[in-house]
Design a protein around this ligand. Structure first.
Ligand code: ZN
Length: 242
């Protein structure tokens, strides 16, 4: 729509532009990536030190650092699907576009996936120059369980250096977490990415077709056809508020 008339339409346009601007300026997290460890003696092994706990009752809990999170998320189907990842809104809003698509045709994709996110200092290539990265891992993988076991047994996961070893490849990849007796990293005030601000995407139901539609054309471009309906719904709620 290149010509807009009416206050409701103008106001919607204004809001849309403000949101686009906010999305552009959104701070971004840096994620842990095994590729960045390729120069290590053993590229499948890395030393990390967590800077977030799993629970506020942990002895090492620092409020400003916040807690690790597990998030129920969807990704758009297809090779570019990972570019559109968002929280499942079935519980928070009572409706979720991705869940609806999944129900309509489970073969299309859209499966919910629970992901664990935690900030950690990561010593890439064993250089002794740790940097903060967000480690993300499928919550159903053993890594999450090992982390929880550590937290329960020791009352903290931030007081020591851990070794993560990667075994296998593809979907069979397993990460093994083991504590080490190495001296803790000397980083006075480590950077901590705000997971809510930089990692999690909470997209409201009426904007979800647009959001996922950016990277997913749908069966016969169905998502593109559904997108204007999402916008119309948003505009009509604007009308009510106006
Ligand atoms: Zn959902």
């Amino acid at each position: 729509m290149s010509v807009i008339t009416g206050l409701a339409g103008l106001r919607a346009k204004q809001q849309e532009q403000a949101e686009k601007e906010a999305a552009r300026n959104r701070p971004k997290a840096e994620y842990f990536n095994w590729k960045d460890n390729s120069k290590a003696t053993n590229p499948d092994q890395i030393l990390v030190q967590f800077v977030q706990e799993l629970d506020a009752s942990a002895t090492g809990y620092i409020e400003e650092h916040g807690l690790a999170v597990a998030a129920v998320e969807h990704e758009a189907p297809g090779p570019k699907g990972y570019l559109a990842r968002a929280l499942c809104t079935l519980d928070s809003e009572g409706q979720c576009y991705a869940c609806e698509r999944r129900k309509a045709d489970y073969q299309e994709g859209w499966k919910t996936k629970t992901n664990l996110y935690i900030n950690a200092l990561v010593d890439y290539n064993g250089k002794g120059e740790p940097v903060t990265r967000v480690i993300s891992r499928n919550f159903n993988q053993s890594f999450a369980q090992q982390l929880m076991d550590e937290a329960v047994e020791n009352g903290t996961i931030t007081d020591k250096v851990y070794k993560i070893t990667r075994h296998g490849s593809g979907t069979q990849t397993v990460w093994v977490l083991s504590p080490t007796s190495k001296p803790v990293f000397k980083v006075a005030e480590p950077e901590v990415f705000d997971l809510k601000e930089t990692v999690l995407r909470d997209i409201s139901y009426d904007r979800q077709p647009d959001y996922f539609g950016r990277v997913w054309d749908g069966p016969e471009g169905e998502a593109a056809a559904a997108a204007p309906a999402g916008r119309a719904a948003a505009t009509s709620s604007e009308d009510v508020e106006w």
